[in-house]
Design a protein around this ligand. Structure first.
Ligand code: ATP
Length: 306
């Protein structure tokens, strides 16, 4: 019996290892939204990035033919500028970022970077040019140092630390039992949503992509964490062509242009002050959110006083 139980134990161990690996792979696919139908065209060239001007030209898209999501969306993000997309839940904001990564293809119109249709260039070159700070960052079952270095494997120790500092995660790491060697993820220390997002920001700082997509967290963070993350995001987006997918409005105030997406079209556009003056959809959303934020902050204060 002893002879039999040893290999069985061993197999159990291997099984758990494999299962964990599969969970990681599953997460990766979820991040990548891999769509096997989208393949590089034969002989497709690599994307040649210059000033990194991003353009959506009359883009039409539906996941299912009977339910159009985007009905002719056009806008440009000039080199080094920040454009924010706002709009009600389900308006199609995150869909724009999925199309930009070419997880799906528009049924009409096109998306270009420096004049090149993204459908005509190699996908690896497209994804190498774009950095993404997603809503929910999946951490690998490895150290926090490894998770940051994922942005650029050849980064030096000093560069990893500098990225962590800019992302405002360095003090958190310094307080961990094994510093950068502390295991995180499912099998290690579980990080909060805000901490995970800062790891994603540090990764992106290391990757230093010419184009940046910030898909803001929908979940409410406390006001202090939100401000810290906002500072880190402002720093990483400075001077980069940036598309902000804003599920909340607090992050868009300083954007060069704000687009209001509703029922698949852009219904208002302008900067924060201009849109407030229009007293339209944006102004109404802003006022609603201000009230909600005030209520949340009052609750936080009450909790602190207790
Ligand atoms: P939120 O602010 O709530 O995140 P959003 O504006 O980012 O919303 P999207 O995620 O772009 O909205 O989704 C737009 C619409 O497309 C939604 O109605 C959603 O249900 C639908 N949708 C999203 N992904 C898929 C999919 N893979 N297949 C079918 N429909 C989808």
């Amino acid at each position: 019996l002893v002879q039999l139980s040893m290999p069985l134990n061993f197999m159990g161990m291997i099984y758990r290892e494999i299962k964990q690996a599969l969970i990681d792979i599953d997460d990766m696919f979820r991040i990548l939204h891999r769509n096997p139908e989208i393949a590089d065209r034969p002989g497709a060239p690599a994307l040649a990035v210059g000033p990194a001007v991003l353009r959506f030209e009359d883009v039409h898209f539906a996941y299912n033919p009977d339910r159009p999501i985007l009905r002719g969306v056009s806008f440009a993000v000039p080199s080094g500028k920040t454009v924010a997309i706002v709009g009600p839940s389900g308006a199609g904001k995150s869909t724009l970022s999925r199309l930009l990564f070419r997880f799906y293809e528009p049924q009409g119109g096109r998306i270009t970077i420096d004049g090149q249709d993204i459908a005509a260039v190699r996908q690896d070159s497209l994804r190498a040019a774009i950095g993404m700070v997603p809503q929910d960052t999946v951490l690998f079952n490895d150290t926090i140092g490894y998770n940051i270095r994922y942005g650029r494997w050849e980064a030096t120790e000093a560069e990893v630390r500098e990225a962590a500092r800019l992302a405002q995660i360095d003090r958190f790491v310094a307080g961990l039992p094994e510093g950068y060697d502390t295991p995180v993820g499912e099998r290690g220390l579980k990080l909060s949503g805000g901490e995970k997002q800062r790891v994603a920001i540090a990764r992106t700082i290391l990757k230093a992509p010419p184009i940046l997509v910030l898909d803001e967290a929908t979940s409410a963070l406390d006001s202090f964490t939100e401000r810290e993350i906002q500072d880190a995001l402002d720093r990483v987006s400075r001077g980069r062509t940036t598309l902000v997918i804003a599920h909340r409005l607090s992050t868009v105030v300083n954007a060069d242009e704000i687009l209001v997406l509703d029922k698949g079209t852009i219904v208002e556009r302008g900067d924060h002050a201009g849109l407030l003056a229009q007293r339209g959809v944006y102004a109404a959303m802003w006022n609603r959110q201000r009230e909600a934020d005030a209520a949340r902050q009052a609750l936080e204060r009450a909790a602190q006083d207790r």
